[in-house]
Write a protein that binds this ligand. Structure first.
Ligand code: PLP
Length: 424
């Protein structure tokens, strides 16, 4: 039987999908239960006062954990078996030292940014960003005295490096936060050259972390830590959860960078609960097959869209060609084009709305990465907070529709799109 922390059979390394049912869980500790039970408890009983004291010494960093010493369970805001097993399994996909799971993607992002920011700092970030992240940086963090400097996704780092440097001036950079591919345009940011850029902002031997929101392609088709990033964040609500029935988030990285995030999570109380942890454990077992089926479906849908007379443009990574300046970035950091496609219809908002209102199989809803196909209108929904002028600068037009392709039969999705186009 595969033991709970075994990563290989002899010298045959096990792939993450083979470990999603067993890794990090020891049945003997749970009366032999095959599956990890839901540990719906706020607190844990210590065997002795001495054991409780030892657990707290390690938890508060008063001393290092001994080589054979297990991390003690104390209280569910600090740790809980469902979260610990989930964090161990999530770490396998990105080959991370550690992970921290949160009650939402925004809890993961806000806790991470707050962990590295101080008043007077600047956050450098790619544009466009997920609407919630954009709001957090523009409205809340600015109020805390933390400024922002944005740069456009979809262009090589060398083209904006100098202007970013000038805008930062001599202020401390808290973090470089990028989203690639960007939502909803699928524009890419070069992770490796962003990591190079981070070195330019080293002050007092302190380098800002490069944080990548990997929600769109991860954890299967893009591995930012391997490409040079320090932390990867997820809205686990999307592909990781995958069934549109849970809100959750995660952050992964090396010990050095994940530790401050985990510590602040304890004090902000943004951790996920055991029920969320259990749902995500269940989802992880089918992650690879869901994302693979969705990715294959999306190729059929994108190829159909590109030939449709009512479509003026399709934004799909699988259609990128060698003459695109970001083509080598795609080749270097992505292993598949994923399953979120944006496209423009001829016309504007009225035509886009007629199309959306006519869909029958595909639901009209925001979010993405679930088993069902979803469509939405970025300009008036997910990206409504961005001014019309900035929307156009970032390529978010009133004619744009974002489609998250699910696991239905691709010919059924295409039949639905076909009848909806007839109403436009
Ligand atoms: C949905 C999403 C988020 C926010 O995640 P929640 O789980 O909704 O809090 C952040 N980034 C991206 C790219 C997303 O798609």
């Amino acid at each position: 039987m595969v033991k709970h922390s075994q990563k290989s059979i002899g010298d045959h390394p096990l792939r993450p999908e083979s470990q999603m049912m067993t890794y990090g869980y020891e049945p003997a500790l749970s009366v032999g239960a095959l599956k990890c039970p839901i540990y719906q408890t706020s607190t844990f009983v210590f065997e002795s006062a001495e054991a409780g004291k030892a657990f707290f010494e390690v938890a508060y960093g008063l001393r290092e954990r001994g080589p054979t010493e297990e991390k003690g369970l104390i209280y569910s805001r600090l740790n809980n078996p469902d979260l610990e097993v989930l964090e161990d399994r999530l770490s396998l996909w990105d080959n991370a030292d550690g992970a921290a799971v949160f009650e939402s993607g925004m809890a993961a992002i806000s806790t991470t940014l707050l962990a590295f920011s101080r008043p007077g700092d600047v956050i450098i970030h790619s544009e466009p960003l997920y609407g919630g992240t954009e709001y957090l940086i523009t409205h809340f963090l600015r109020q805390m005295g933390i400024d922002r400097v944005g740069f456009p996704a979809g262009t090589p780092t060398a083209s904006f490096e100098a202007s970013v440097r000038k805008k930062v001036a001599n202020r401390r950079v808290a973090a470089i936060f990028i989203e690639t591919p960007a939502n909803p345009t699928n524009a890419l940011v070069d992770i490796a050259s962003t990591a190079e850029m981070a070195r330019m902002f080293t002050t007092n031997e302190e380098r800002p972390p490069v944080i990548v929101d990997n929600t769109f392609l991860g954890p299967l088709w893009q591995h930012p830590l391997k490409a040079g990033a320090d932390l990867v964040v997820y809205s686990a609500t999307k592909f990781i959860g995958g069934h549109s029935d849970v809100i959750a988030g995660a952050v992964l990285g090396s010990c050095q960078w994940i530790l401050p995030v985990r510590t602040l999570r304890t004090f902000l109380g943004t951790m996920a609960g055991p029920w969320t942890g259990w749902l995500l454990l269940r989802s992880l077992e089918t992650l690879k097959m869901r994302m693979t089926a969705q990715m294959k479906n999306a190729r059929y849908v994108a190829d159909y869209l590109v030939d449709h007379p009512k479509v003026s443009a399709v934004h799909y990574l699988g259609h990128m060609t060698e003459n695109n300046p970001m083509f080598s970035v795609y080749r270097n950091q992505c292993s598949a084009p994923g399953s979120v496609i944006s496209f423009d219809v001829h016309g504007g908002e009225p035509e886009a709305f007629r199309f959306l209102n006519a869909l029958q199989l595909v639901s009209l809803a925001v979010s993405l990465g679930g088993t069902e196909s979803l469509a939405e209108h970025p300009a008036t929904m997910t990206h409504a907070d961005i001014s019309a002028e900035d929307q156009l600068r970032l390529g978010i037009r009133p004619s744009m529709i974002r489609l998250s392709v699910g696991v239905e039969h691709y010919s059924d999705i295409i039949a639905d799109l076909t009848q909806a186009f007839e109403k436009v």
